[in-house]
Design a protein around this ligand. Structure first.
Ligand code: PLP
Length: 408
């Protein structure tokens, strides 16, 4: 029986999951996956896979090598670590949030000697500190830098070309590996132009395909320098997946058949739109989110974006604080009363710390457009009003201006 003692929820209708992964699945991708199992010993799936590889490389901005794993982003980290390092090799991790620290942990667990430069959760990589660390490594023990393009917990974006420039200026030969799980297909990324050796991504964020595929792109330089590493079992070996002559070697076993069809469709969608337009769309939608928060924060200094400088913000996810318990209250309101699920704060406070309830994230990655982002923001503003959380006026007006200014 319906509860008539409280106002009816307005959540009934199509729900919107605005958490930073899994992202919204396009109907086209879902339809492409809805089919009978194909034969994996010949036929159409071979052609689809042959067709996907160069397109996957194009999305990452490389003409070099690509390996695909059945797994999530954590599996792709494991794959990167297992191929890059031998036991006892040294890695330098540049952490700007939860995900950088966790990549470090995964490498350490494999027996890699990991140093972490931790820049906290609201500032970008300090290039001077990186330069000092590289210059101090006179014996060139550091085999690779591991960094996050956009750390999904803090929404800090790393200037990849600037990392390359520091490596070049110091003459340090370390390989450069980037976690682009939250940014690929959202933020501008050019692996070859920026001199990146290893790029890590997964299917369920900007690539708009259900969780289940992890990707590695790697340079010929990395391939040669890392050959014969003692962490690399046949399962993880990027060489077999990228270059093995047999079809089954591409996945070291049964192919992820339905994910392949879904991915082929999502790549088609990115190609139809054009990567430059994809990046521009994410930039403008992110700008709308930032504009709304700036307005809301004007009468309540507790409400603020996590990252002060827009250049240091990723365009696929926005981390913010509301203070007190207001982020949890607003998330719960949006889900229960309006059908929008926002992301929890991650890595900004321990889950058992009361401060945890002051942080949230809004995802705007992948299959999102102006009406979806404006809808989320309008729901959030209605929630702020309904919950009587003090906030500045004009959040939605500011967001709509960010959208209209896209068109000049
Ligand atoms: C989501 C994410 C991960 C983890 O990916 P899973 O698929 O959850 O294993 C790692 N790094 C970044 C930057 C991410 O956004």
């Amino acid at each position: 029986m319906s509860d008539t003692s409280r106002p009816a929820s307005l959540a009934f209708g199509r729900p919107y999951l605005a958490i930073p992964g899994p992202s919204v699945m396009p109907d086209r991708v879902l339809r492409a996956m809805h089919r009978a199992s194909p034969n994996i010993y010949g036929g159409e799936i071979y052609d689809v896979v042959d067709d996907i590889w160069p397109r996957l490389k194009a999305v990452a901005g490389t003409t070099q090598h690509c390996a695909v794993y059945i797994g999530n982003g954590h599996a792709a980290w494991e794959a990167a670590n297992a191929n890059l390092f031998s036991r006892g090799d040294k890695a330098l991790v540049l952490a700007v949030g939860h995900f950088g620290l966790n990549w470090a942990r995964a490498a350490r667990a494999l027996g890699v000697d990991v140093d972490v430069l931790d820049f906290g959760t609201s500032a970008p990589v300090d290039l001077a500190r990186l330069e000092d660390a590289l210059r101090a490594d006179t014996g060139h023990k550091i085999k690779a830098l591991l960094a996050t393009h956009v750390d999904t917990s803090s929404s800090i974006k790393t200037d990849v070309a600037a990392l390359r420039a520091v490596l070049d200026a110091t003459g340090h030969p370390a390989l450069l590996a980037m976690d682009c799980i939250a940014s690929l297909g959202c933020d501008e990324y050019r692996m070859d132009d920026w001199g990146v050796d290893v790029t890590v991504a997964a299917s369920q964020k900007g690539l708009m395909t259900p969780p289940g595929l992890g990707f590695l792109w790697f340079s010929e330089k990395a391939r040669q320098r890392c050959a014969g590493g003692d962490l690399c079992t046949p399962y993880w070996d990027w060489e077999l997946r990228a270059r093995g002559p047999e079809f089954w070697q591409k996945f070291n076993g049964t192919a992820p058949t339905h994910h392949i069809y879904g991915l082929s469709e999502s790549l088609q969608m990115l190609e139809e739109e054009g990567l430059h337009n994809v990046w521009a769309r994410h930039r403008t939608l992110a700008g709308a989110v930032w504009a709304a928060f700036d307005a809301w924060g004007r009468d309540n200094p507790a409400i603020a974006l996590n990252v002060v400088n827009p250049q240091d913000r990723g365009c696929s996810v926005t981390a913010a604080r509301l203070g007190g318990k207001d982020a949890t209250r607003l998330r719960e309101w949006c889900e229960k009363e309006a059908g929008v699920t926002l992301g929890i704060g991650l890595g900004m406070a321990a889950p058992d710390d009361p401060a945890w309830h002051g942080f949230l994230r809004v995802a705007h990655m992948g299959h999102v457009n102006a009406h979806m982002t404006l809808g989320v923001l309008a729901v959030m503003e209605a929630g702020l009003q309904s919950l009587r959380i003090p906030h500045g006026e004009g959040g939605i007006l500011a967001a709509t201006k960010a959208i209209s200014s896209h068109f000049g």
